[in-house]
Design a protein around this ligand. Structure first.
Ligand SMILES: *[C@@H]1O[C@H](CO)[C@@H](O)[C@H](O)[C@H]1NC(C)=O
Ligand SMILES: *[C@@H]1O[C@H](CO)[C@@H](O)[C@H](O)[C@H]1NC(C)=O
Ligand SMILES: *[C@@H]1O[C@H](CO)[C@@H](O)[C@H](O)[C@H]1NC(C)=O
Ligand SMILES: *[C@@H]1O[C@H](CO)[C@@H](O)[C@H](O)[C@H]1NC(C)=O
Ligand SMILES: *[C@@H]1O[C@H](CO)[C@@H](O)[C@H](O)[C@H]1NC(C)=O
Length: 651
């Protein structure tokens, strides 16, 4: 009890000192990050902090500061903590079909850029072949994508204009010209337009639109006439204000092809507005034609050869100018040209007495407090002790200790009771993804909706080895947050089992569970053994014991044998494609010719062997003719080594 009262005494001392020193900086909310835990426990001792004091914070795993670091410092300024302590989620590698990234990283820090290139025949959303996306606070600036190029562009129908060609379809790089009717403009802004057929469509879709100006929004304390939904070129609009208000600039504006000119005015309270500043005789104005409001100052200078009597500066005060100076003619004295005063300079050089304390613990006041933290009675999260006064029976609306959330950390001390409207903050443990509100409020005795911490997926190397897969992109830690897409690849010599799937290696981490794709060995299937041997033929080169996939070999048949089928075969998935066959030739038989009274036609000379499919010409010996047809000349085809000899008989 003695110790506690000492603590409270210190709190009073310190907070009074701090409040007196400047505008307070309260315990900051660090988005996706933390500050040292003693700050939460002894919140009231440390906060509010003084201007120029610094606070270090660290980011949760998978998050970085705006500068891409694991942690950072924030400084207390008159406007509060600066820069606002916040950690940003790293962007995970997006999916991309029909293109490649120039980086193999898995995670990207905020502001980091990722370049990609589309495969030939595909284009980026902007129509090019390469593009860049950037990791931003909300994720990638745009989704990288590669879309198939168009073979042609269809000519769209055109209202209020006409094409200069009758073509219905244009090929890439061709240009479509068109002209719009009077009062309408083409997509480029001129009366005529040109649209180029690009890989992703028209460079500027042909269209003829009426020249219009944007609709005018209503103005406070006034109105305008006429009120229309769209205004066309040449329309003039008149603005007016209620009593005690006047139009800020010009009350008439016109719609031109480039928009409204001048800009629409607003209605200003005349009490805060002054008439144009006076221009007394022999003075020169230094400020241009704008409107003047309460507090504005203007310098009124005398022309050369005149001397000023009265204040050079006049002020707009509650709708009136203060009295301007009088310029009196002199002969020899000229008005001195003073440089403008730099009011802020004096302020800026003003010495600062306050020490620039980097760490609040360096201050003696905190030293005492910190030494108290070592006392067991004040240990953070200890359930049996508390810092608040005991629960009063009439406090019906107080909440009891905040609920425990699995895998979450509660920032700050756990009290036995919390007042209506007070709040506690949760953060998730490493790699767990917070789903729901991080701040939970005590509302009339109940805590508001609590978040959950979604479990991450831890890669199981044993499982991965079992399925012969590895991570496609290098990564230090084998952890993925809920919702992350994980890309696997097969180990060397293996291929995906479900090869037909569009993207076989992609799996999503869901509530700590991750499916592993399966890869099967392709080593034996990949290479081929010696090519098959064929009858009456051989390889052009001696066979090897093993051939790589897609390699090929050539066959040749023995003399006079006819090669049917492909001359070359190739190795594909461990199998040779079908080899050719060698079909036997026909050999002329003197005996058969003699028996059938046949002679070989002269053009064949002494040829004995004929290829399969060749024709052989015979004729009958003298005084003989064909036994069946009565003809004397014959053409017979060699078929698989067989010749059907015709028969000649004596006339
Ligand atoms: C519009 O016409 C002007 C003058 O003929 C030309 O310089 C300009 O490039 C044209 N703009 C477009 C978008 O075609
Ligand atoms: C303008 O201001 C005067 C004085 O403040 C007030 O009496 C008068 O009613 C106001 N007129 C309008 C139209 O609000
Ligand atoms: C409790 O807090 C809520 C909001 O935080 C407020 O609307 C309500 O009036 C409070 N009730 C009492 C009795 O103070
Ligand atoms: C608090 O929650 C309990 C149980 O969920 C409910 O019966 C009670 O009405 C709630 N109290 C208030 C004030 O909402
Ligand atoms: C990985 O998976 C195997 C089963 O395939 C299991 O026995 C092992 O406990 C898992 N390892 C971890 C770290 O979960």
């Amino acid at each position: 009890v003695k110790m506690r009262s000492c603590v409270f005494f210190l709190v009073l001392m310190c907070s009074e000192k701090l409040l007196a020193a400047g505008k307070p900086c309260d315990l900051p909310h660090v988005g996706n990050g933390l500050i040292a835990q003693y700050y939460y426990v002894f919140k009231s001792y440390y906060f509010p902090m003084r201007e120029e004091q610094q606070l270090a914070y660290s980011c949760l795993a998978g998050y970085t500061t705006g500068a891409g670091m694991e942690g950072g410092r924030t400084t207390c300024t008159a406007e509060g903590w600066s820069p606002a302590p916040h950690c940003y989620r790293k962007c995970s590698r997006p999916l991309l079909d029909n293109g490649v990234f120039y980086s193999t990283e898995m995670y990207f820090k905020i502001h980091q850029k990722l370049e990609f290139k589309c495969d030939p025949g595909y284009h980026t959303p902007s129509g090019g072949t390469e593009d860049t996306v950037q990791c931003q606070a909300e994720g990638w600036s745009t989704q990288p994508s590669c879309t198939k190029n168009l073979d042609s562009c269809q000519v769209p129908s055109l209202h209020h204009g006409s094409y200069l060609t009758a073509q219905q379809e244009l090929r890439p790089d061709e240009t479509l010209l068109y002209r719009c009717e009077e009062g309408y403009h083409a997509a480029g802004g001129n009366a005529t337009g040109a649209a180029v057929c690009l890989a992703h469509g028209w460079s500027l879709t042909p269209s003829c639109t009426k020249r219009t100006c944007p609709a005018l929004s209503g103005i406070a304390h006034g109105g305008f006439h006429p009120v229309k939904t769209t205004y066309e070129e040449g329309d003039v609009v008149h603005f007016f204000c209620e009593g005690n208000y006047s139009v800020s600039e010009f009350d008439l504006i016109q719609c031109y092809y480039f928009g409204w000119y001048p800009d629409p005015p607003v209605c200003e309270d005349v009490k805060t507005k002054c008439p144009p500043p006076p221009l007394p005789p022999h003075t020169q104005m230094t400020t241009g034609g704008r409107t003047f409001h309460h507090g504005d100052r203007v310098r009124v200078r005398c022309q050369r050869g005149f001397q000023r009597e009265g204040s050079e500066e006049i002020r707009c005060e509650e709708g009136k100018w203060t009295s301007p100076p009088v310029c009196v003619g002199t002969r020899d004295e000229l008005v001195s040209e003073e440089p403008p005063s730099l009011e802020s300079a004096a302020e800026a050089t003003q010495a600062r007495e306050t020490p620039v304390g980097e760490d609040p613990m360096a201050l003696g006041c905190f030293q005492t407090v910190v030494s108290l933290t070592r006392l067991p009675a004040l240990t953070w999260l200890s359930g049996s002790h508390h810092l608040s006064p005991p629960l009063m029976p009439e406090m019906q609306q107080d909440c009891s200790s905040p609920p425990e959330i699995k895998n979450a950390l509660l920032l700050g001390p756990v009290l036995r009771s919390y007042k209506n409207g007070s709040s506690v903050e949760y953060v998730c443990q490493r790699y767990h993804l917070l789903d729901g509100p991080s701040t939970v409020y005590c509302e009339k005795g109940n805590w508001t909706a609590q978040p959950v911490c979604l479990e991450p997926c831890t890669l199981n190397v044993t499982e991965m080895n079992r399925y012969n897969v590895e991570l496609k992109w290098k990564q230090e830690e084998l952890l993925f947050r809920h919702g992350d897409l994980v890309e696997f690849d097969c180990k060397e010599g293996y291929r995906f089992l479900q090869a037909a799937a569009v993207s076989p290696g992609r799996e999503q981490c869901a509530h700590g569970r991750l499916k592993y794709p399966r890869c099967v060995a392709q080593a034996p299937a990949e290479k081929c053994g010696p090519p098959p041997s064929i009858a009456n033929g051989a390889l052009t080169l001696p066979p090897l014991p093993q051939y790589d996939s897609r390699s090929s070999v050539q066959y040749r048949c023995s003399d006079y044998y006819f090669l049917q089928g492909p001359e070359t075969i190739s190795c594909s998935e461990g199998q040779w494609t079908s080899p050719p066959v060698c079909i036997e030739p026909c050999a002329l038989s003197e005996d058969e010719m003699e028996r059938n009274n046949l002679l070989l036609q002269g053009l064949y000379g002494n040829q004995v062997h004929f290829y399969h499919g060749d024709y052989v010409g015979f004729y009958c010996k003298e005084n003989h003719l064909g036994a069946e047809s009565g003809a004397t000349l014959f053409q017979v085809q060699c078929r698989r080594g067989q010749l059907m000899y015709p028969k000649c008989i004596e006339r």
